[in-house]
Design a protein around this ligand. Structure first.
Ligand code: SF4
Length: 694
């Protein structure tokens, strides 16, 4: 009961990028309930994950002490292990012994095989300070260019940066309140950003109209004035036809195009082949529906444009997003109240982790690795030597491990043995490493291949800052203590760095944040002391230090250089055929977050959704003679899983949809290792699959 509460603390939700503030109510150091605090992004609201997801903090499988692999414990890549199965392979160790063992392994490989034999995988779930120090350790301590993090599995910003020169949303979610039209492409916020969806639904109940581009009849489709259930892979054709129409009918924003945009004529030529008939053939939509949606969007007084992983998680994801941005810019839908471009980010600190330079191609603040002057500035500031070449990305590092060119890997908060495509190949890569150190809060599938496991504190147990999808930097304070001797990530990274000879003994959260703010242009004016005083602030700060909602009112940071470079039609790598007649699409559920490491250890969420299911259209199930709940085998050229069939009229015929969160039938056993050439994001939403009753 509430009378038994002995303490309470405030934190920021660790799941999605909305960044809801949460009050945790504690009894005997356990979270007994959570409620929405009056944060800048949620104003008291929470979704089911924020409400019931915090039970993971005191789950019995939390890592509480450093662990070293037993000499007689083989690394078996044949199947995934987790939890107690993993712990049986290790023996407890002191911090001193574990850090020494971790550091010695990295130093040995670096000295014998060169710095490029090492890789570092971070996480968008850590704090800004974690991310900043980790990339610095990779570049200075390891000397490797191979540093990346899990945002690579969903990156939806690079095409926006191409167009605007700015690597963050131009307008926050709350601008919906000033929009008369919202365009949503490949995003399901009701599942993945539910509090953002609640604000959207509020606007839709008033007078805002929603154009929803999604192959599935997701729950928001009943709120949409125009739901365009396009065929998977036809985004470019559809969006290009809409752009062609607004140009041909003179509905585009001529003043905006004349004064602000470069590349308009090239765009006009590029979209010319995409007539309504072509788009209709590719997408399966009626030409008049496409035209109506285009005219509605072009005629909006102010329109917000959102996109998500349905657009980005493809081998042609960058083209999808370029096509979205092109339509919005031609219509001048940016830079005014209610008009803006917003890639809905995935994890809670995607924005901050990228700002901090946890990327293989950018130094902190998106400063170019190709610039000798930028590198020299960092060399001087850091008293070291920044590698000059861009490094490998998340999936590429595992590919390099399989080839034997990467031999040591430091994984901080990531779980590639569940999150990467083609898990059999990923497990083989992890098992082949000479030295793997994994830092996490649970014995994940990836820790099964570790030589050393370092126990980390969860976000609610530590101090730092995180940056949400709206460019809002929020300070977090410890609401409770970490279990056992677990420590914050930045502290573990610092102590490892000291053992590698870096003089970082005096580094603190404050010094890290202030150093990061001093090198990230968007954080100009930010100080740790300011966040201690105000708890949050949106960047960039305006003249009154309030943070600017709407960017590019005065023009772009630089003119869009290449507005659009679309493929000529669907660009999927592996099309359905006689042997594999279905399209496999993966995604997330409202109750579970990504690989499920946290939410599947929260009893209420697990009770709400406790088993993997293959979602298929009822007509497909009837045709295959499969009843609800029958066990089916879903098979691709990479692997197979067994799980229960679920009829789902929202799923398109010919598609099998699976959530990525269930280790019992891991969707990524099936997915294909094909990367977008620009973003290097894997194809998670289109490969050929077979479905049979077992
Ligand atoms: Fe957490 Fe996102 Fe839900 Fe808010 S909307 S409570 S940040 S998962």
């Amino acid at each position: 009961g509430r009378s038994a509460v002995t303490a309470e603390g405030e934190t920021v939700c660790p799941f999605c990028s909305v960044g809801c503030r949460v009050t945790l109510h504690l009894v005997d150091d356990r979270v007994v309930w959570a409620e929405g605090a009056d944060g800048p992004a949620n104003h008291g609201r929470l979704c089911v994950k924020g409400r019931f997801g915090f039970a993971y903090l005191r789950h019995e499988e939390r890592l509480t002490t450093p662990l070293i692999r037993r000499a007689d414990a083989p690394k078996d890549p044949s199947h995934g292990l987790r939890g107690a199965e993993v712990l049986s392979l290790f023996r407890p160790a002191s911090w001193e012994e574990a850090l020494a063992h971790a550091a010695e392994g990295f130093a040995r490989l670096r000295d014998h095989h060169g710095p490029s034999a090492l890789g570092v995988l971070g996480s968008a779930k850590g704090s800004n300070e974690d991310a900043y120090l980790l990339q610095k350790l990779a570049r200075l301590g390891f000397g490797t260019p191979h540093i990346d993090h899990c945002t690579r599995l969903c990156a939806s910003v690079p095409p926006l940066t191409e167009a605007t020169g700015f690597a963050a949303v131009t307008a926050p979610i709350e601008e919906i309140a000033h929009s008369d039209v919202v365009l949503m492409v490949g995003s399901n916020p009701d599942m993945n950003h539910p509090v953002a969806a609640s604000f959207l639904k509020g606007a839709l109940r008033r007078s805002t109209k929603l154009i929803l581009m999604d192959p599935h009849a997701q729950s928001l489709s009943r709120f949409a004035s125009h739901h365009l259930p396009l065929a998977p892979g036809s985004d470019v054709a559809l969006l290009s036809a809409m752009t062609r129409l607004v140009i041909a009918e003179g509905l585009y924003n001529k003043a905006f195009v004349a004064q602000r945009l470069e590349g308009f004529e090239a765009l006009r030529a590029r979209v010319e082949p995409f007539t309504l008939d072509v788009a209709a053939r590719c997408s399966g939509l009626a030409p008049e529906v496409i035209a109506e949606a285009a005219r509605l969007f072009a005629g909006a007084r102010a329109a917000m444009t959102f996109w998500g992983m349905g657009a980005s998680q493809h081998a042609f994801g960058a083209d999808n997003i370029r096509a979205v941005i092109a339509l919005a810019l031609v219509c001048g839908q940016v830079g005014r109240p209610g008009a803006g471009l917003h890639p809905l980010r995935g994890q809670n600190n995607v924005q901050g982790s990228c700002d901090a330079g946890l990327l293989p191609n950018y130094l902190p603040g998106y400063r170019s690795l190709e610039s000798a002057a930028e590198r020299a500035a960092f060399d001087e500031m850091w008293d070291g030597h920044v590698p000059s070449a861009a490094g490998l990305t998340v999936v590429e590092m595992l590919d390099a491990a399989r080839r034997g060119t990467i031999r040591g890997l430091y994984v901080v908060g990531g779980n590639p043995a569940m999150a990467n495509p083609d898990l059999a190949a990923t497990r083989a890569a992890l098992a082949s490493l000479d030295h793997l150190v994994v830092q996490d809060i649970f014995p994940t599938e990836t820790t099964a291949f570790a030589d050393v496991i370092l126990p980390a504190a969860a976000l609610a147990e530590r101090e730092g800052t995180v940056t949400n999808t709206d460019r809002m930097v929020q300070r977090v304070k410890p609401a409770l203590a970490p279990p056992g001797v677990a420590r914050p990530d930045w502290l573990i990274v610092r102590d490892l760095a000291v053992r590698l000879g870096l003089p970082w003994e005096d580094v603190t959260v404050k010094t890290l944040f202030d150093e990061m703010a001093s090198v990230v242009p968007a954080l100009a004016g930010f100080k740790w002391s300011r966040l201690v005083r105000d708890s949050h602030a949106r960047y960039p700060l305006d003249s009154a230090d309030l943070g600017r909602n709407s960017l590019f009112a005065d023009g772009f940071a630089r003119g869009p250089r290449a507005l659009i470079a679309p493929l000529d039609g669907p660009g999927a790598d592996e099309m359905p055929d006689a042997d594999y007649p279905f399209i496999l699409m993966t995604g997330r559920l409202r109750e579970h977050w990504h690989t499920g490491a946290m939410t599947r250890r929260a009893p209420v969420l697990e009770a709400l959704s406790h088993e993997p299911r293959a979602h298929l259209h009822p007509d497909d199930l009837a045709r295959l003679g499969i009843a609800t709940g029958d066990t089916v085998e879903v098979r691709t050229r990479r692997g197979m899983v067994h799980l229960a069939a679920r009829p789902d009229p929202a799923v398109r015929p010919g598609v099998v949809w699976m959530a990525m969160s269930f280790f019992e039938a891991a969707a990524n056993e099936l997915t294909i290792n094909r990367l977008d050439p620009t973003t290097r994001v894997p194809e998670f939403k289109f490969c050929a699959a077979a479905v049979e009753r077992c």
